[in-house]
Design a protein around this ligand. Sequence first.
Ligand SMILES: Cc1cc2nc3c(=O)[nH]c(=O)nc-3n(C[C@H](O)[C@H](O)[C@H](O)COP(=O)(O)O)c2cc1C
Length: 206
Amino acid sequence: MFCIAKLAIFYSCQYYLQYFRDINKIKQRMASILAFAGSNSSISINFKLIQFTASLVNDHELRVLNLANYPFPMYSYDEEKNNGFVNSLIEFKNDIDVAQGLIIAVNEHNGNPSAYFKNLLDWFSRVDKNFLVNTKIFLMSTSYGKRGASGSLGVIEKLIPRFGGELVSIFSLPSFGENFDESKGIINPELAEQHKKALQQFLATL
Ligand SMILES: Cc1cc2nc3c(=O)[nH]c(=O)nc-3n(C[C@H](O)[C@H](O)[C@H](O)COP(=O)(O)O)c2cc1C
């Protein structure tokens, strides 16, 4: 009787040890990804592209942020001197620090990133000039126009290394109204394939 009890304890210990080993392996395999659009619009098409992209990521830990919920004051010397950094900026920066990869979709205003997103980058650079160090980035953009906000994408593409980030793949979705469906995502097969490849290229680096 005593032997049976000892055996039962032995096997249940083995079971729990294996369970914790497996959990650890899964944690090591999973990388944390932060995904957001560089837009403060509550109906952002770039955020829709982010949500669709996030829906295709299955085997990585991923968090989506909606920046429509993140208002930031306009950067100025006086704002920083008098009021410092807002808590949400520091929390966001901490989230970026722990993420191994970022998926960002940038909008375009007059051939450039929106003032909202440029302002956010200016704030981050004041917290830490190298705020993207050790961070892999999949950069996307979309607009209703044929160029798919590629002007804005080009500006951010050049800025990423300045902040220490590593751009690993890019994708621009032109003519959002024609090529994207709210329930199906990217409906143009060629563009869907391009998007999938760019995403896979990014995920493979994590
Ligand atoms: C001030 C302003 C300027 C814009 N300039 C451009 C532009 O240069 N190129 C473009 O493709 N779309 C332009 N648009 C249209 C935006 O791409 C469109 O509003 C889009 O929805 C913005 O992305 P979002 O919804 O993710 O914020 C502009 C819109 C505004 C309000």
